[in-house]
Write a protein that binds this ligand. Sequence first.
Ligand SMILES: [Zn+2]
Length: 430
Amino acid sequence: MEVFDIRFGSRKASPLQLHSARWVVPVSAPPIERGAVAVFGTSVVAVGPAHELRISLVDAELVDHGDSIIMPGLINCHSHLELSPLKWRLSPTGSFTSWVRNLIKARQKIEPEEYEKALEEAIKTLHGNGVAGLGDTGNTPLVPQKAQAESSMWPFSGIHFREILHPVGDGILDLSGEVQNGQIQNRRFKYGYSAHAIYTVSPMAIQAIKARDSQLGLPFSIHVAESEEEIEFLKDSKGPLYELLLEKGRDPDGFKIKSSSPVKLLDELHVLDEMSICVHCVHVDDDDIEILASTNASVCLCPRSNMFLGVGTPPVEKLLDAGINLAIGTDSLASNDRLSIFAEMASLARQCPQVDTTSIFKAATLGGADALHLKGLGVLAQGSAPYLYVIKSGPVTSKELYDYLVFQVAETAPESYWAVEEGDWIQNYG
Ligand SMILES: [Zn+2]
């Protein structure tokens, strides 16, 4: 058995290892003070109190991390890594549609040679900030090609969602031409499809995309209820998004999708189930929340992107009370200045002070893994993947633990590199 040690970029023979620390955060169970995680090859084989595991696993190589926190790798459930060259090129405008206009213009100005460097930095930054699982969205094959080309060094498990924009008037959606792209994947990074949003993809095309994902056994993802302008477009067939589509030569009236909310529309289209990820859900009402809960769809929150775009704050407490699985995403560097799930957690906690930090940390780990259906990620438990991230914390009490992870860690990432200074991977595998 071999373990890939990301810090040294090499493979080395590894026996059974027992990593102990002041705290182990399994996520699926309460934190363990003076806990340990036993790893053998590409699997976690035991998690528990260090003194007990030391007795039961006498042959294990002991690695004590002292006053640290061992946690599973984080999950970034929604990113657009291909937009990374747009870092700091767009400013908040206070209007969602004017940001979309600026994004379309800025995208056209990206020089082909800018992508490689920006992608490299984005990948390094995300991984340096403890991300092990990724749900990435894109309109080009740039990211899946990179994941394929660098298969052995690609640090993420997850899915690349080929995002489809298919307004009415574009005919029947044919995804068969995508088959070749569908083969661009590595062992741990799959290739699926997502619909952009209800105002850019016709109802029939949304159903076709969902059907394709179901065929592949992968989740389906769509931006939902992100802005008031989206609600206005749907309910009243007017507003800035309607105007934008007209300008682009589309026929927004052809959508014929009068519905009182994006969530209700998706429910009427029968595309919501436990394999569906609704990204944003800022403007959802009680009925929408009931639908999301009864269909078992996941909701991916993007707190810093929402703040940047000025679209509002989702009703996180209500979503949690309804039992909806929550995940967290950074969205892109076109609507965010950082690629850090730690920073997203801190923002979410500040935006929703009534939501407990345990639930926020769960959304950033297990919630994201469940949304993307990534088995063995987002938790530390027997059989889980050995994505062990360690944070040198100093002494932290049980009361402070989740607050520390949610609020404090983001502060230790210097702006220049954006990686968590006190954090490092113990183990990972390629
Ligand atoms: Zn997005």
